[in-house]
Design a protein around this ligand. Structure first.
Ligand code: GLN
Length: 296
């Protein structure tokens, strides 16, 4: 059997067929496009059928191939982490911009809460490492997740992108592992940036969305209004901000990815729990409200 025969019979789209076969053959899509006569051995065809079945059962292409591109780089993923989404690149960009709006010798502590595959914090570390070593050296990068299985993937990704010596990962609930350890920003000097792509969907949203039903619910569902974890995080931040009077120049900024439907409710929540903070909503490339930036 050759590649062009499979294209004719595959129940998957041409794109997905090419990606999965390319993955099994360890060749890129361009190779398959230019070599339709590539032989597909019976063993390989069997593996392709197994992947096809899983794809039809709802597993994502990213989990089947074990990788996903985010912010121009490859990340390992598996069933224990949320597959990084293109719209989350906005969060990386806004954190980057915030750092750049400060003097180049400013100290930063960037905490990625619910780091999952580590894609956000590793992308940030790599961007600074590759583009501005001076700033890189003034930043502490931290990734936190409640799931030990997710942290294994994050550590694997950090090891693969090996320059990232300034990243540390911790297991625990939101900011707790940082607050309870001595590994905490210098409260007088470091600006604290909190990047959070926490679970923000309701159980109904997840149940009615076949494309995400195989992704970890732990990374997606956040109570009846989808704000359960942001509520907890805001309360932790409120406590941190009490210390701010001693260091008025220090910045504490939260970057929370949201569902566009949460625009009003996240504003109300911030107003209630972080009344001194100001909130700005940013849109993603699809023009959907996607990020709440709260400066306290
Ligand atoms: N944006 C994701 C989705 O809709 C949800 C991510 C999350 O809950 N953090 O699939």
């Amino acid at each position: 059997m050759v590649f062009s025969d499979i294209l004719k019979t595959s129940p998957l789209s041409r794109l997905e067929t090419e990606i999965l076969l390319g993955f099994l053959l360890k060749k890129n899509r361009e190779f398959l496009l230019t070599h339709p006569e590539t032989t597909i051995t019976p063993g390989l065809f069997k593996n392709f059928q197994t992947l096809t079945k899983k794809r039809l059962a709802g597993w994502s292409i990213a989990v089947l191939t074990g990788e996903k591109e985010f912010y121009g780089r490859k990340f390992t993923v598996d069933k224990n982490v949320l597959v990084p989404r293109p719209e989350t690149e906005l969060l990386v960009e806004e954190v980057w911009r915030t750092v750049y709006n400060e003097p180049s010798d400013a100290d930063f502590f960037i905490a990625d809460i619910g780091t999952g595959s580590g894609a956000i914090i590793i992308s940030l570390a790599l961007e600074f490492f590759q583009k501005d070593k001076k700033r890189f050296n003034n930043i502490q990068f931290r990734g936190i997740d409640i799931s030990a299985r997710a942290l294994k993937i994050a550590a694997k990704n950090a090891a693969y992108h090996k320059q990232v010596r300034n990243i540390k990962f911790f297991q625990g609930n939101l900011l707790e592992p940082l607050i309870n350890r001595s590994d905490w920003p210098n409260l007088l000097n470091d600006n604290l940036l909190i990047a959070a792509n926490l679970p923000y969907l309701t159980p109904q949203q997840v149940n009615s969305s076949p494309s995400i039903k195989k992704e970890p619910r732990l990374a997606l569902v956040a109570g009846p209004d989808g704000l359960k974890y942001y509520r907890q995080l805001f309360r932790q931040v409120a406590v941190i901000c009490q210390d701010k009077e001693a260091s008025p120049k220090r910045k504490v900024v939260l970057f929370c990815e949201i569902d566009p439907d949460q625009t009003k409710s996240i504003k109300a929540l911030a107003k209630k729990i972080l009344p001194a903070g100001s909130i700005v909503i940013k849109k993603d490339l699809a023009n959907h409200n996607r990020l709440a930036v709260i400066s306290c």
